[in-house]
Design a protein around this ligand. Structure first.
Ligand SMILES: Nc1ncnc2c1ncn2[C@@H]1O[C@H](COP(=O)(O)OP(=O)(O)OP(=O)(O)O)[C@@H](O)[C@H]1O
Length: 415
């Protein structure tokens, strides 16, 4: 039967998305979705991927990658999404819930996904959960918004659009607070990659990468899915053993020359949204910021008065001081990312790495987050590496390092 209804459900930081998904898949169906009664649904989401990865880790069971030698968790995020999509299409469900389907996908993969969904939407109901307005699928017929747990049609028309499109104040008051102790690394070159290559089995991932990151530089790292962005980052953070024996210099020390992993880690502030999933979230917002000074999650050591005062300054800048006692888990996704970025930056590490930090954020939160990153770039001496597939409106990197895939592995180019 030809399907003529497809829904877009706009979600923002306050939407209770998980509950909504559960209701759509298992009932009771939310108002407006009665057409799905007694039908079989499937979920295309990071949530599903995490379940498959968990199954693989705990029980060694490969489901969506059963025809592949490669473990799901070692696949790039784009490859994981493609494998899940193939699996779901194979199941031929009556409807598919797509949870921000374009996040983590490069331009070509987004185009392919759009074409596949266009095709499948002829026989399958689509419910698109969406944070960024530009992502809306062309065949959507109903636009809804999920405010906390309440679903309602999206307002339209001049008198109501303002309500659903509030403007964002991206101006922060005050300057980025200085660290308690300045960094002990004063050299100009932080990271130096000379002819770095990486091969996994017979898969050539990086080919002769030359990239130097200097003090205070603001870089964006781009490249299609599977081009080796995460692999390159793991070389820079000293986490990839493939760096041994290569001309990889991390804060002046050659990888494998007896350098201390601790010395490397303490000079890098790192944030990627997947980090947030791993925290219990039972720490207060203030303690999460303070923990950035102790390199621990939450607070296990008693904070000094100076540390508390510095964390306060950061929360004031972020306009979140009134939330200081709120549990991290109870903050919105956008607020959690601000806190995690403050946590990564509080010591003003020589290098701040932000790996796809805006994935899953709504337009407003992404704008606010980007203006924070621009501010950090302007007001601190930390170098920044920002990884993102999107051309983030408003992001002001000085340089872009692009990985371009070739059969010999990706080549790097400064653009
Ligand atoms: N441990 C591993 N074993 C085998 N292959 C791996 C391993 N780690 C990474 N790869 C492969 O290396 C390639 C590069 O992966 P990487 O995660 O670095 O790409 P990426 O540019 O970050 O991609 P994405 O944008 O999709 O996140 C991928 O094809 C991936 O499958």
């Amino acid at each position: 039967m030809k399907k003529s209804i497809h829904w877009a459900v706009f979600i923002n930081n306050n939407s209770q998305k998980d509950q909504f998904i559960k209701n759509v898949l298992e009932g009771p169906l939310p108002k407006g979705f009665e057409a799905l009664e007694n039908l079989e649904g499937a979920l295309f989401s990071k949530i599903t991927l995490n379940q498959f990865i968990d199954e693989e880790e705990r029980h060694g069971i490969q489901i969506i990658n059963k025809n592949s030698q490669q473990l799901l968790k070692t696949m790039s995020s784009g490859e994981q999404k493609k494998a899940l999509l193939k699996y779901i299409f194979h199941l031929k469900p009556d409807y598919i819930v797509l949870d921000n389907p374009f996040d983590n996908l490069d331009k070509d993969a987004q185009k392919d996904l759009k074409a596949s969904l266009d095709h499948i939407s002829k026989n399958t109901f689509i419910i698109q959960l969406i944070s960024r307005k530009a992502d809306i699928l062309p065949f959507i017929t109903q636009e809804m918004i999920l405010e906390r747990s309440t679903i309602r049609p999206l307002a339209s028309g001049p008198e109501v659009t303002k309500k659903d499109n509030p403007s964002v104040d991206t101006s922060f008051t005050g300057r980025i607070p200085k660290p308690i102790t300045p960094t002990d690394y004063e050299e100009s070159v932080l990271i130096d990659c000379k002819d770095i290559s990486v091969i996994y089995g017979d898969k050539r991932v990086l080919d002769k990468i030359n990239w130097t990151i200097k003090k205070g530089e603001f870089w964006q790292l781009i490249g299609p899915n599977g081009s080796g962005k995460s692999t390159l980052l793991s070389m820079i953070t000293g986490d990839n053993h493939k760096g041994y024996g290569q001309q990889l210099y991390l804060f002046g020390q050659r990888k494998g020359s007896g350098e201390s992993v601790w010395d490397i880690k303490k000079r890098i502030g790192y944030y990627t949204p997947a980090m947030t999933d791993k925290f219990s979230g039972l720490h207060s917002c203030l303690n999460m910021v303070i923990s950035g000074m102790n390199d621990s999650v939450g607070l296990y050591l008693r904070a000094t008065e100076n540390q508390k005062a510095l964390a306060k300054e950061w929360l004031i800048i972020l306009d979140m001081w009134h939330l200081k006692d709120v549990l991290f888990a109870d903050l919105s996704a956008g607020q959690q990312r601000m806190v995690m970025t403050a946590r990564a930056m509080i010591k003003h590490p020589p290098l701040l790495i932000l790996d796809e930090p805006t994935a899953g954020l709504d337009d407003e939160s992404a704008m606010l987050f980007i203006s924070l990153v621009n501010k950090i770039a302007k007001e601190s001496k930390s170098a920044i590496v920002f990884v993102s597939h999107r051309k983030e409106p408003g992001l002001e990197p000085q340089f872009i390092y692009e990985l371009q895939t070739t059969p010999e592995g990706s080549h790097g180019k400064i653009i």
